[in-house]
Every structure is written in C-alpha cells, then in structure tokens.
Design a protein around this ligand. Structure first.
Ligand code: PMP
Length: 373
C-alpha cells in the first residue's frame, strides 16, 4: 500500500451510476461459463501522482484505453477469480474472499502495479453484488463468478514501471461446471513445456502465465486428453493440472495412507481451494496430509502397484475434478474412481471434500470461511 499522502481506496466514497438499460436475465439452463455479464461493473483508477481515486460502480461496458497501453504490449496484468453463492435463505455469500485480495496484492507487487487495502475493495465488491443481486442465480452449483482484474494503463511504450493503472471487477453468472455432478478428466503429462519455474511467477495470478498454456492445452486435446499435467525437471516433478492445484491420495510404499499436494515453493499457485482442502482434511485427522514434492515415476509406480487411490484437481471453478487416466511417456496410467461404485465419476475422498466445501459455500454448514454479503 503506497505512501500515506496518496489516495487509498475508500469504500465509503463509492459513486454509483446505474444503467438505464438493464439486460434481461439469461435462463439458468443457458448459462455458459464466462459468456454473460451483469449490468454493472466496479472500477478504481490509480495514478502515481494521486494514488487511488474514488471507487465507481457503473454500467458494464467497453473500457477506453490507449493502444500504446502497457497491458496490451507487455502483459502488465493480474487477475482473480472467486464466486458469490446464494444460500437457501436467499442471502448472497462469498467464500474466503480476503484470500483473493491477498493473492491479488502479491501478484500486483511483482508487476509493480499499485497495491490496495483488500478490505476496502471487498466492501465495494459487496456493493456491486447488492447492485446486481438479481444476477446471482439460485440453485445447487449455480453462482456468480467475480473477476477482479488489475491492468497497467501506462500510455507510453517501453518496459518500465507504470504511472497509471486500473482495477476493475466484472461478474458473470454461471451454472454447475458439470450438470451431472462430477466428470472425471484424463491428463496428458507434458514433458516439453513447463508452466512455471523457480524464480518465476507460477505463484502469482498473472495473465502472462495463462497465454502460453493454450498451445500445450490444444496439443493435449489433439492427443485425446482433456487437460495438461504440468511437470518440471528431469524427474517430472508434478506441479498442477490445467488451471487447478493437484492432489494425490495413495498408499505410500511404507503402507501409509497419504493425501499429498506439491508444496508452495514459488512455482505453484496458492489456491484458495487447495488451502481449504489442506485445512479440512488435517482437521479430520484420518490420514497423513502432506505438502511435499512428488514425481511422475512415483505416481506411475503407485498406479502399477495398485496403491493409487485417487487423483484430483482443485480450484474455485469446480471445487474438485477427479482424474481417471494419466498419459506419461507412451503409456496410460489408470486412476481408480470409486472402486465401490462403477458408475461414479469421483472417488470417495474427492466426493466428501466436494460435499463439505459445497455445504460451506452455500451456507448449509456454518463456517468462518463463508461471508454473508
Ligand atoms: N492453479 C491455477 C494455475 C489456477 O489458475 C487456479 C485458479 N485460480 C488454481 C490453481 C486454483 O486456485 P483457487 O482454488 O484459488 O481457485
């Protein structure tokens, strides 16, 4: 947060300009993720001279930025993704939103874009939710996806620090990721392309981390797999699954049952879902929960020896996504889903985590993680 003399974001100063042309709501069944946006958006402008200006809620619409803006040339941009859920009483809830504010400030720091008081931005986000309340869909699996975005609006060419920036928040109603509940995905272990590396920015949510993932993702699809399993190094250390954190549930060689996820060594995005799963499963105290390195050879051997119990991705979009098959060096390694239920698309652990987090997000299970708007 900049020097005290500069303007800070103050939710109490929020100005509202309401649309004169509210859009018709899209029927719930027709919602496609990220296709429809609400009537309003939230914007905050910043200059190095004056700091943050007054927060504004205004009609959703195009931004006017100069073609020379740094965001368009050097990808000076970071973003967040979180959801608002409608509970059974009709109240709107957020899930650990302060974690997203914290992560966004960490992302901004690396780009030398302005940081901000997360609690003040959150208050403004809540006001946006109250303004566009009718857009928060009802029903299991439905939510309003929020996309806070911070861009450099520096209007001079050259790679240097920004003198102006804009933070905005847009909102998109969405349905359940998989209407039938879970849908297990297959993974292609990419040996050529690396998503992030030591000293890099894998732990930041920068747009520039996502652009270079399109090529490998299309390649995985062309080979008949749904997502990329990102690895690094000669040992093919496991990193992430597509845009999700990775969890492996297995019996180790010494016979322990363990849930393991790669450690936050700077190459892994610190997912809010990841953190929640770690805290939740540790509180159960039923098996070992570890943040440690794990490589493809160990995973392949566990699959061959029948020690692999479950593999799943974790993220805001779908909470957990079970994995059923992993391609590595010419061979497909099978991951059991639910051995007790041949129809199931999820293992028992993934299903239990999903149900618990889901109940918290929709206010069915009281938790400090769920914040009423
Ligand atoms: N890893 C990557 C690369 C992601 O883009 C995301 C989505 N933000 C995640 C993990 C999951 O993070 P979260 O649980 O905070 O959604």
């Amino acid at each position: 947060v900049g020097s005290a003399a500069l303007g800070q974001i103050q939710a109490s100063q929020l100005q509202k300009t309401l649309t004169t042309k509210p859009k018709p709501l899209v029927p719930k069944e027709d919602l496609i993720f990220g296709h429809v946006f609400t009537d309003h958006m939230l914007t905050f402008e910043w200059t190095a001279k004056a700091g943050w200006g007054r927060p504004q809620i205004k009609p959703y619409g195009p931004l006017q930025i100069d073609p020379c803006c740094a965001v368009l040339h050097y990808a000076l941009e970071c973003f967040e993704g979180l959801k608002a859920y409608r509970d059974a009483q009709g109240k709107v809830r957020l899930f650990r939103p302060e974690k997203n504010m914290e992560r966004m400030n960490n992302s901004a720091e690396r780009l030398h874009l302005p940081q901000f008081e997360g609690s003040q931005v959150l208050e403004c986000i809540k006001e946006l939710l109250r303004t566009d309340e009718r857009w928060v869909p009802e029903g299991r699996g439905y939510s309003l996806y929020l996309r806070p975005t911070l861009i450099s609006t520096e209007n001079t060419l050259g790679v240097h620090r920004s003198n102006s920036a804009m933070l905005f928040v847009i909102a998109s109603p969405c349905g359940p990721y998989f209407p039938t509940g879970f849908k297990a995905v297959s993974l292609y272990c990419d040996e050529t392309n690396v998503r992030a590396w030591p000293g890099g920015v894998g732990n930041k949510k920068l747009g520039s981390n996502y652009a270079p993932s399109i090529g490998p993702q299309v390649m995985a699809e062309s080979k008949g797999y749904q997502q990329v399993l990102w690895t690094i190094g000669d040992d093919h250390e496991l990193m992430e699954v597509g845009t999700m954190n990775l969890f492996v549930f297995w019996r180790t060689e010494d016979g322990n049952t363990e849930l393991v996820t790669p450690p936050l060594d700077g190459t892994i995005l610190p997912g809010v879902t990841r953190d929640s799963i770690l805290e939740l499963t540790r509180s159960w105290g039923e098996f070992k929960v570890s943040e440690r390195k794990i490589n493809m050879k160990q995973l392949a051997r566990a699959s061959d020896e029948g020690r692999l119990l479950e593999v799943f991705g974790a993220g805001t979009a779908c909470v957990v996504t079970p994995v059923n098959r992993i391609h590595f060096q010419g061979k497909d390694y099978q991951v059991p889903l639910d051995p007790a239920n041949s129809e199931s698309q999820a293992g028992p652990l993934a299903a239990r985590i999903y149900n618990t987090l889901f109940a918290i997000q929709y206010g069915e299970l009281p938790s400090k993680w769920s914040v009423v708007v």
